[in-house]
Design a protein around this ligand. Structure first.
Ligand SMILES: Cc1cc2nc3c(=O)[nH]c(=O)nc-3n(C[C@H](O)[C@H](O)[C@H](O)COP(=O)(O)O)c2cc1C
Length: 279
């Protein structure tokens, strides 16, 4: 059974739950801004992502409160002072970040309330967060208002002027190591995601290679009742059907047995052997 939601007649609070739990996990922008009087603000936003590399653009969205249709201080601030620092949220600071999301009044400095250390930025007026390993100093280039009712978001387009990365999260090639970074994500309700060895895995897709596609697999493989769509996709990521080689395990095996063995090889990352048993 499929539950279908007619968004026009649904109430906003319910829709909020479904949308935010469905579109997940989301990265979290920890946004530092100042108001026209110089009051500091620091708040998390998981309606957030990177949308362009050249120019480098990050976008986050403060949403008007559903319960009383008020706007977030962060949004008011970027309308007046068009700068911010976006910091990324790692496991060791996630509870502090959650604390900073309380509805403190505009004069309250969440750096102090949630126990963060301010570091003066190089280019922009808002401070960066010492405890976060990655900070982006940004210029707010545009704010796109999506509505006036409770639940309406505003897209805050932020051009990155400077990026600060703690070298402790880099690997030997100077690339960001996901396990050293330990980024936290937001799901629905009170759920957060960690970056653990158990939850991450790699899908090899060398950019130089063009997979043949599932439509090009021999029918017998494509219609397998044993191999899943994911497993067929691994086989179909090969450029061509490989050449049949001597492969003792293949001999006198029924098709079902071959598919079971191929499944086993694929689970061990041995795509070449999976192909050989199937040929
Ligand atoms: C992890 C996390 C993610 C959040 N994401 C958003 C979001 O994307 N949009 C939003 O409007 N509020 C979001 N919130 C709630 C705001 O952080 C909260 O309303 C905060 O008080 C806003 O502060 P401000 O009024 O000082 O800007 C989030 C809260 C947490 C803890």
């Amino acid at each position: 059974m499929i539950k279908t939601i007619d968004v026009k007649s649904g109430e906003t609070a319910g829709l909020y739950q479904y949308l935010s739990a469905a579109v997940s996990p989301r990265p979290i922008a920890f946004v530092s801004t100042i108001d026209a009087d110089g009051n500091k603000n620091l708040s998390p936003f998981s309606f957030f992502n990177v949308f362009s590399v050249n120019p480098p653009i990050l976008v986050f969205s403060p949403v008007r409160r559903v319960r009383n249709n008020t706007s977030k201080h962060t949004l008011d601030n970027v309308h007046h002072v068009k700068e911010c620092v976006i910091s990324l949220v790692t496991e060791n600071i996630a509870q502090q970040v959650s604390l900073s999301s309380c509805d403190f009044d505009a004069e309250t400095n969440e750096f102090e309330k949630a126990g963060f250390t301010e570091v003066k930025s190089d280019i922009v007026a808002p401070s960066r967060v010492k405890e976060s390993p990655i900070n982006f100093e940004c210029k707010v280039t545009d704010i796109i208002t999506l509505g006036e009712e409770g639940g309406a978001g505003s897209l805050v387009l932020c051009e990155v002027l400077k990026m600060h990365i703690d070298e402790d999260v880099l690997d030997e090639n100077n690339a960001i190591d996901p396990f050293k970074l330990n980024i936290v994500s937001r799901l629905g309700a009170n759920w957060y995601g960690k970056t653990t060895k158990e939850s991450l895995y790699e899908i090899a897709k060398p950019i130089s290679r063009m997979g043949m596609g599932i439509d090009k697999l021999p029918q017998e493989i494509r219609n397998s009742e044993i191999l899943t769509g994911n497993e067929l996709a691994i086989l179909a990521s090969a450029e061509n059907i490989p050449e049949k080689k001597e492969f003792s395990l293949r001999e006198e095996k029924h098709i079902t047995e071959k598919h079971i063995l191929a499944k086993e090889f694929l689970s061990q990352g041995k795509a070449e052997d999976a192909w050989q048993i199937l040929l």
